[in-house]
Design a protein around this ligand. Sequence first.
Ligand code: SAM
Length: 257
Amino acid sequence: MSEQNKSIHDFDFKLICEYFSSLERQGPGSPEVTIKALSFIDNLTDESKIADIGCGTGGQTMVLADHTSGHITGIDLFADFIEIFNANSRQRILQARVEGVVGSMDRLAFQNEELDLIWSEGAIYNIGFERGINEWHRFLKPGGYIAVSEASWFTEKRPVEIDRFWKDAYPEIDIISNKVGQMEKAGYIPIATFVLPENCWIEHFYAPQVSAQEKFLKKYAGNKTAEELVENQRHEAELYYQYKEFYGYVFYLGKKV
Ligand code: SAM
């Protein structure tokens, strides 16, 4: 890559980070859903070690922190998100036990059997669900839990337009029973799966983007990258409204055998 291209890409990357940093969450979810998923996990104490992988700016991590008492490490590839994460943690006086670190989910710095709980909302797709649950397995203590949310099909068949869109965006999207089978194969007892309600997408993810998009387009008027980013987000939201009966996010909870 030439230096010129590199600086263009660095600029694009900064813009994308800035857009998503302005949102409380970077993916679909809600405090209620985080609490519901946590209700299936029964072995946590003050001594517990929890990792929130692909934590973003920490929307769900702070909810986790309010409902657990152990130590939480948030990990995200993007330093700007981690900066906001740590500012949020300090603001809530949680910095002694909720710490954000920059890192990649395919090179985690934990010891084998160090963690009691691995959490990841809407992020495991970055390395793929099957690869993620297999690679992260060794970091959990025996009897430890994994809780991840993941885009999934609700039906065996769906309209071509949405099928194509998702197969292009994330070819690993699959029906729920196949994902549960992958968890069993990876060495987890499936504890629970549940579909995230529509408000996780509409109220908590797409609605806050409407005003964020207006501000962003005003600030970067005439900038192609900014316009394309907003256009893509709007298209994704339109597809969701049109086809939401065929797909959504599902929380998968498993216990290490
Ligand atoms: N968990 C947050 C939430 O639900 O609001 C963020 C979800 S967002 C859809 C996906 C997150 O994964 C982003 O914050 C992104 O920076 C992060 N990410 C992407 N690739 C990553 C990687 N290789 N390692 C760690 N985090 C990564």
